[in-house]
Design a protein around this ligand. Structure first.
Ligand code: BGC
Length: 378
């Protein structure tokens, strides 16, 4: 159902963007579109979400008659620079990039600017470049806030007389989003850290101290094991692990399963709605995830790129044209070190074991044969 809606929204965009005046122009449009190639750079195939983003973007552009050069960069910033350089030499007409490391692309993108190739940042902001004018993502601060508020509400932090131990697990330092997630969560919980309701036994309370290289499950597991060994020996319980996303939450759940001696089940947060984590949510090994519908994100990115390819200038008006996909236009929040980047921000929401059906309602998940776990609907 949602797939149909997303397709309808994409169509609606094509219409509004191409001013929809004509059946007669359809064939003309297809001819000119087929001449255009979109270079899509995704960080890695390792993470479930980037595969979904990549495939969703590819099919939207191809269905509209464009050629697509989709490359995954093995989570390696050098490889991504090479990939994008290769796309530019091959003559792509637009670049859509989810950066491995948003701080490393300036030189490569100067080449795009020289050739007047529009560059759109996908999900992660690209820093220190004037080649970038548009950014499509979710409201990253809200992702973190939702995680913090979940903990606050679950433990009734405003009224409780109990005290709890919490640890933070953040994302990769090269990902501009990671700080937003961390700050969003930390700001919600800071008053309770300050008033002694929450204790960080490890003492690690800065983003840099809790960042996870490459966002990988393995590094999160390794770091969590180290924290357990240093700070949760004896009968010190760990009550909450504020994990920035699902890949790190998986590592934390593994570390707790193997190395935690306490009898309580800590609250673990997450983000993305990866299948393995949804299973952990059913099994009580993870408490929540913040879901970001990447197919919707892809539809919005398509809408922005389509306007640019048609020589139009995306403005705040475009945000209202995505049907049931709620998008906020924001030109004041994301500064990439050169300028505020015009941003189209989608809205994330919380998933727990009690509302998994919402994911099924998106059309991208289905219940398994026993109606117990979710699987990808294909
Ligand atoms: C994305 C998250 C993802 C993380 C790790 C972030 O930039 O917004 O959805 O979990 O990267 O790939």
């Amino acid at each position: 159902m949602k797939k149909l809606l997303a397709a309808a929204a994409a169509l609606a965009i094509c219409c509004s963007v191409a001013s929809c005046s004509e059946k007669k122009n359809d064939s003309q449009k297809t001819t000119s579109n087929t001449k255009k190639t979109i270079g899509i750079a995704m960080p890695s195939k390792e993470l479930e979400r980037w595969n979904n983003d990549g495939e969703s973007l590819k099919s939207q552009f191809e269905n509209a008659g464009y050629k697509v050069d989709l490359r995954f960069s093995e989570n390696n910033a050098d490889k991504q620079n090479e990939d994008i350089g290769g796309m530019l030499s091959d003559g792509v007409d637009l670049l859509l990039i989810a950066a491995v490391d948003g701080n490393t692309l300036s030189d490569t993108l100067a080449g795009a600017k020289d050739k007047n190739i529009p560059v759109v940042a996908y999900d992660r902001l690209i820093m220190n470049t004037d080649a970038l004018t548009y950014y499509v993502s979710f409201d990253n601060l809200t992702v973190g806030k939702l995680q913090g508020e979940y903990v606050k509400n679950q433990l009734h932090l405003t009224s409780t007389t109990s005290e709890y131990n919490i640890e933070f697990v953040a994302g990769d330092e090269g990902d501009n989003n990671a700080r937003y997630f961390y700050n969003g969560a930390y700001d919600v919980l800071k008053p309770f850290i300050d008033n002694g309701t929450l204790h960080i036994q490890s003492g690690k309370n800065t983003f840099e101290q809790v960042a996870t290289l490459g966002w990988t499950t393995e590094n999160a597991e390794k770091n969590m094991k180290a924290t357990l060994a240093s700070s949760y020996t004896g009968d010190t319980p760990i009550d909450i692990v504020l994990c920035a996303n699902d890949s790190t939450a998986l590592g934390v759940a593994n570390a707790l399963a193997s190395d935690y001696k306490g009898s309580n089940t800590p609250i673990i947060t997450g983000q993305d709605g990866d299948i393995a984590n949804l299973k952990n949510i059913v099994d009580g090994k993870q408490s929540m995830t913040v879901y970001k519908n990447v197919h919707d994100e892809a539809a919005v990115a398509f809408g922005v790129c389509k306007q640019l390819l048609d020589g139009e200038i995306p403005t705040s008006k475009l945000a209202a044209s995505f049907g049931d996909i709620k998008v906020n236009y924001d030109s004041e929040s994301y500064n990439n070190g050169v300028r505020y980047v015009q941003s189209y921000l989608l809205v994330p929401y919380v998933i727990t074991k009690d509302n998994l059906q919402l994911l099924v309602d998106t059309g991208f998940f289905k219940w398994d044969g026993e109606n117990k776990y979710l699987e990808a609907a294909e």
